[in-house]
Design a protein around this ligand. Structure first.
Ligand SMILES: Cc1cc2nc3c(=O)[nH]c(=O)nc-3n(C[C@H](O)[C@H](O)[C@H](O)COP(=O)(O)OP(=O)(O)OC[C@H]3O[C@@H](n4cnc5c(N)ncnc54)[C@H](O)[C@@H]3O)c2cc1C
Length: 384
């Protein structure tokens, strides 16, 4: 595993930084105030081939995870909320269509998504089930050559803004195991019978979170993604991959907060010297940066394993667990460095602890990561 950045990655980072400076930073406080994700950013990212896919000789190919984590870390240091909306679009919505969508789905949804013309959302969580992702109950009933969707999805990033959705549904209620009998569908949000409500939240502003209610939404059979009743495996494969990028986001969130705290501690004085000159505080900076670097290494390892097509299930969850918990520790410490100013809504540092909290929930809580890691340990023991 080569930890040195390649020349191409250095140029890539320069491009991301330039994008942040010109297209994000000047507008960020307005987006936060209005609590609106600017969909127009997608087309701008697309024109720079920064939506995770690029075309070579007429064929679309996905970016390596090692490149993705650089993008998600840098973007997240500037705004985790903007970044998660992009992640839900690319590494959940477009990722599923790229890997398992049929030609018509790719032509209609993937291409529009990759050009930034349409925004995607991925909906699995329901009001009564989240961590237990296989326990969904939204009904997908086969009616002729279509499916009727009935039920509710909850906490869906981009849900009320999206132009199309990828939704999981129970298409066979009689299977012995809950993870069987689940299918994935892609559908236009203009679908009759779909009601979308934006949920006010703390953390990951200005990304949108929504509740989606389906009442007799008719979806053509050709909108089924992959095989009937085989959707759960696709969901798990998708989460295992995108979890690495969420972990990179958590590293970016932690590092963004750390940088703000460092800047503040070098300026602010107490007891006749800068905060950073109080050794107790200086040592905290040493500890926090070490935690961030350790988290980044776990994220890089998971990405490297994925790119090498090695088993990365455990590495992905370890990266997410450690990075999210590190982000929670670092961001609340960083806000504390600001003293009372850290609690003001107008103070950018005040947003970071909520962003770190959200990173520890989305795509599986820290408990869920521990469960996955433990299952991997058990599987290894059984093999030995
Ligand atoms: C900001 C945000 C964005 C999101 N975006 C999306 C999205 O785009 N699409 C989507 O489908 N979902 C999305 N989610 C939902 C997210 O994936 C779930 O919230 C998450 O999986 C947890 O599910 P839950 O909220 O139902 O918690 P629950 O499952 O009810 O868990 C409650 C508590 O119990 C713990 N717990 C549960 N099971 C176990 C266990 N076996 N062992 C130990 N502890 C356990 C959990 O860790 C947690 O502390 C989003 C959530 C958030 C907060």
């Amino acid at each position: 595993m080569d930890l040195l950045l390649s020349q191409a990655q250095r140029l890539f980072i320069e491009d991301i930084q330039e994008f942040i400076t010109s297209e994000i930073t000047p507008y960020l406080s307005r987006w936060y105030q209005e609590d609106i994700f600017p969909k127009g950013l997608l087309a701008k990212l697309s024109s720079r081939e920064r939506l995770g896919f690029s075309q070579k000789e007429g064929l679309w190919q996905e970016s390596t995870m090692s490149d993705n984590i650089v993008f998600y870390e840098y973007m997240s240091a500037a705004s985790p909320g903007i970044t998660v909306a992009i992640l839900a679009h690319t590494l959940l919505g477009l990722y599923i269509l790229y890997h398992w969508g049929n030609q018509e789905q790719r032509d209609k949804y993937f291409i529009a998504g990759i050009k930034g013309e349409k925004l995607a959302a991925f909906a699995n969580t329901e009001p009564d089930t989240g961590s237990d992702a296989a326990n969904i109950s939204l009904e997908g009933k086969e009616v002729g050559d279509s499916f009727l969707l009935n039920g509710t999805k909850m906490y869906i990033t981009n849900g009320d803004l999206a132009d199309f959705l990828i939704v999981s549904a129970r298409t066979d209620p009689k299977t012995a195991r809950r993870s069987e009998g689940i299918s994935l569908f892609v559908l236009d949000t203009a679908c009759e019978g779909l009601e979308r409500i934006k949920l006010p939240k703390k953390g990951w502003l200005p990304s949108h979170l929504a509740r989606l209610s389906f009442k007799n939404c008719l979806v053509p059979g050709n909108n089924l993604i992959g095989e009937l009743n085989e959707g759960y495996k696709l969901i798990m494969k998708t989460f295992t991959a995108s979890r690495i990028a969420i972990a990179a986001m958590a590293v970016g969130t932690a590092y963004g907060a750390y940088c703000l705290a460092l800047e503040r501690a070098r300026k602010r004085e107490a007891f006749g010297k800068k905060i950073i000159e109080h050794q107790a505080k200086a040592y905290e900076f040493s500890t926090m940066l070490t935690k961030i670097d350790a988290a980044r290494l776990l994220v890089q390892r998971a990405a490297w394993l994925k790119d090498k097509r090695e088993d990365y299930i455990m590495a992905s969850s370890q990266a997410k667990l450690f990075a999210a918990e590190t982000a929670k520790t670092v961001t609340s410490w960083a806000a504390d460095i600001f003293g009372a100013a850290g609690i003001l809504e107008t103070s950018p540092i005040s947003r970071y602890p909520g962003d770190a909290w959200a990173a520890s929930l989305g795509e599986g809580t820290s408990d869920t990561q521990k469960l996955i890691i433990w299952r991997q340990i058990m599987a290894q023991l059984e093999k030995d």
